[in-house]
Write a protein that binds this ligand. Structure first.
Ligand code: NDP
Length: 271
C-alpha cells in the first residue's frame, strides 16, 4: 500500500514540497504519495489527529505551525528541542515524533553544495526568530570559530545566544548597529526579504570571498543578496536549504537518502 505524507501550512498553495518529494520518490523507487494540506489557523491539532487516524506516515510542517507542532509532538529529537520548532513529523508506533531538518538542510547546502566548510569560520547570523533558532545547533556542530547573532530586537538575540552557551564556540549577540566585520559567512535569517527589504547590516560585514546566504528564495536575488554582491561577496539563496531539509526529512521517513544535485539544478531552471 502506498505510504502517505503531506506538508501542512497556511497558506500552502505555493509549496514546492510535493514536487520535491515526488522527485525523491521517483529517484529512490519509494512508493509514497505526498500532498499539500491547508490547515485552518486554529485547526492544526485537528488536522494532525485526522492524519494519524487516516494512517499517514508523516508530515512536514511550515508557517505558521512549527511552534505548535513542537508542543503537540509526543517526542522531540534533540535538534527539534534546541530549535523549539518542528518541521518534520513521523507517525510511528502510536508516537508523534517531532524533528527539525531546517538547520541541517542549511548546513548541507553550505558545506556540500556550496563547498564552503564552516570549521573555524567567523559567522554572522542575522535574525533571531524560529529559523535562526533552528540553525544554531547544526552550526555549532560544525565547530566554527564564532557566531555573532544580530537582531532588530536585541533582547531576542541575547536570549537566543544564552540558550546555546557552553558549546565550545564563541557566541555573542548584538544589534545591527554594533556589527563589526568582516565575516567569512553572513546568513540572513530575518524575514525582511519577504517585504523586499533587508536588515541594516553594514557594508563592512562583507569582504571579497564572504559567503552571503539569504535563506529566503524567489525568482530574483533579494535586496540582501544584491547589497552583499556589491561589496564583493559570493551570494546564495535559500533554495538549496529547502531541497536539503526535504532530503533530510525523506531520509528520516524512508531510510534512504535521495540525491539533490539534479533536482536543485532543475528547480533553478524553473525559477
Ligand atoms: P520569524 O517570524 O520567527 O522571525 C523573523 C525574524 O526576522 C526576527 O528575528 C525579526 O526580528 C526579523 N525581522 C523581521 N523583519 C525585519 C526587518 N524588516 N528588518 C530586520 N529584521 C527583521 O520568522 P522565521 O525565522 O520562521 O523565518 C525567517 C525567514 O526564513 C522567512 O523569510 C522564511 O521564509 C525563511 N525560511 C526559509 C527556509 C528554507 O527552507 N529556505 C526554512 C525556514 C524559514 P525581531 O525579533 O526584531 O522581530
Amino acid at each position: 500500500m502506498t505510504d502517505r505524507y503531506c506538508v501542512i501550512g497556511n497558506p500552502i498553495a505555493h509549496s514546492k514540497s510535493p514536487q520535491i518529494h515526488a522527485a525523491f520518490a521517483a529517484e529512490t523507487g519509494q512508493d509514497i504519495h505526498y500532498e499539500r494540506c491547508l490547515a485552518p489557523l486554529d485547526g492544526f491539532a485537528d488536522v494532525l489527529r485526522t492524519l494519524v487516524q487516516q494512517g499517514y506516515k508523516g508530515a512536514n510542517v511550515t508557517v505558521p505551525f512549527k511552534l505548535e507542532a513542537a508542543t503537540l509532538a509526543t517526542r522531540l529529537t534533540e535538534r527539534a528541542r534546541a530549535a523549539g520548532a518542528v518541521n518534520t513529523l513521523s507517525f510511528k508506533d502510536g508516537e508523534i515524533v517531532g524533528d527539525n531538518t531546517d538547520g541541517p538542510g542549511l548546513v548541507a547546502d553550505i558545506v556540500r553544495n556550496a563547498g564552503f566548510a564552516l570549521a573555524n569560520k567567523r559567522i554572522l547570523l542575522l535574525g533571531a526568530g524560529g529559523a535562526a533558532r533552528g540553525i544554531m545547533l547544526p552550526f555549532i556542530d560544525e565547530h566554527p570559530q564564532s557566531i555573532l547573532v544580530a537582531n532588530r530586537t536585541r533582547a531576542t538575540a541575547d536570549s537566543l545566544v544564552a540558550g546555546f552557551a557552553g558549546n565550545g564556540v564563541q557566541l555573542a549577540a548584538c544589534g545591527f548597529d554594533e556589527i563589526e566585520g568582516p565575516f567569512d559567512i553572513v546568513v540572513n535569517a530575518t524575514s525582511a526579504s519577504l517585504a523586499d527589504t533587508m536588515p541594516p547590516v553594514p557594508a563592512s560585514a562583507f569582504a571579497k570571498g564572504t559567503l552571503a546566504l539569504d535563506i529566503m528564495y524567489g525568482s530574483a536575488p533579494s535586496a540582501f543578496m544584491n547589497f552583499a554582491a556589491g561589496q564583493g561577496a559570493d551570494t546564495r539563496d535559500g533554495l538549496g536549504m529547502l531541497v536539503e531539509q526535504a532530503a533530510e526529512a525523506f531520509t528520516l521517513w524512508r531510510g534512504v537518502r535521495p540525491g539533490t544535485d539534479e533536482l536543485l539544478s532543475n528547480l533553478r531552471k524553473q525559477k
